[in-house]
Design a protein around this ligand. Structure first.
Ligand SMILES: Cc1cc2nc3c(=O)[nH]c(=O)nc-3n(C[C@H](O)[C@H](O)[C@H](O)COP(=O)(O)OP(=O)(O)OC[C@H]3O[C@@H](n4cnc5c(N)ncnc54)[C@H](O)[C@@H]3O)c2cc1C
Length: 279
């Protein structure tokens, strides 16, 4: 029997289809199709790329909402506050313009690749994931949503609707840095995303630091974050980042780099990104 293909045109359509059948969600398809390789398509596909509500990027009462179906090009062209610069930098690094025109924010997160660039930037924005099924809605932190490589806390009848990002002050700055084997169109060997917010006296009120490609899932460096909070903004604080702060990561040796190389690269990227936002 041939797999079924359903194209939803509203969120309700999509949730009803998920409630009544066994579907794989298809957004831009830039992860779904390459993952098939030479194998035939067997899963029923629920295409959500024609649901306009999912593409919205807009301010909400206490921050910003990025629709699950917003493409990386949508993120790049959106009029967002300066502290979204790390997410925009990550967007610019995701494939080339063709991939950015199709690939979506939720696709990057839900594909749950350890090297997902967008996930790391969203983690350093403290994103909350809005998940819905027919008749129910829940919110979960991104930290608890991505469980490991290719694993998310998402039931078969659920889909991601959006990512909510808490408001930051006008003093907040963010940076994203990625190392690959060439400058563009490359899977990360290591990447970091940081956001630092300060009060009017220049004292750090919030520090959000995430690293990716060093573990089965991206993680926040909460010990380093805690050490930065309460200090006065100063680029020299970047040197507070030490190998011990990466102790909870579990990098592997693979074709892109050894464990030792990844750790060394991540520390360098981390210090550079911190120096940029703390200057
Ligand atoms: C040439 C090329 C280069 C690339 N370069 C990079 C790169 O440098 N960095 C990087 O991070 N990625 C890269 N990617 C991967 C990919 O483009 C991104 O991860 C993209 O954001 C995936 O989005 P999508 O909409 O295409 O996802 P899809 O392929 O449509 O879906 C991916 C997964 O997410 C699920 N999904 C999609 N939407 C939802 C939803 N709303 N709710 C629940 N589940 C959902 C799907 O079921 C599927 O499991 C590259 C891909 C290609 C082909």
């Amino acid at each position: 029997m041939h797999p079924e293909y359903v194209r939803a045109v509203s969120i309700k359509d999509a949730l009803d289809a998920l409630a009544g059948g066994n579907f794989k969600l298809l957004a831009g398809g830039t992860d779904v199709y390459p993952a098939l390789g030479a194998k035939p398509l067997r899963a029923n596909l629920l295409d959500i790329s024609a649901v306009p509500e999912l593409r919205q990027i807009r301010p909400i009462a206490d921050g910003w909402r990025i629709g699950a179906g917003a493409t990386w090009s949508d993120v790049l062209s959106a009029d967002l506050p300066p502290w979204f610069s790390a997410l925009k930098a990550a967007a610019r690094e995701i494939g080339g313009p063709q991939v950015q025109n199709l690939g979506t924010v939720a696709g990057n997160v839900c594909n749950a690749s350890p090297a997902a660039d967008g996930s790391v930037a969203l983690l350093a924005l403290d994103a909350r994931v809005i998940v819905a099924s027919a008749g129910a809605m829940r919110e979960v932190s991104l930290t608890d949503f991505v469980l490991g490589a290719r694993k998310c806390a998402l039931a078969a009848n659920e889909m991601v609707l959006a990512f909510d990002i808490p408001q930051r002050s006008l003093n907040a700055r963010a940076a994203f840095a990625k190392l690959g084997h060439r400058r563009y169109l490359v899977i990360s060997v290591a990447m970091v995303s940081v956001l630092i917010d300060c009060n009017a006296d220049g004292i750090i009120s919030h520090a959000l630091i995430a690293v990716g490609a060093l573990s089965a899932r991206a993680i926040r460096l909460t010990e380093l974050e805690a050490e930065l909070i309460g200090k006065r903004r100063d680029a020299r604080l970047a040197l507070l980042a030490e190998p011990r702060h990466l102790a909870r990561t579990t990098p592997i040796d693979d074709i892109r780099g050894t464990r030792v190389y990844r750790l060394d690269a991540a520390l360098t990227l981390l210090r550079r990104a911190l120096a940029e936002v703390l200057a």
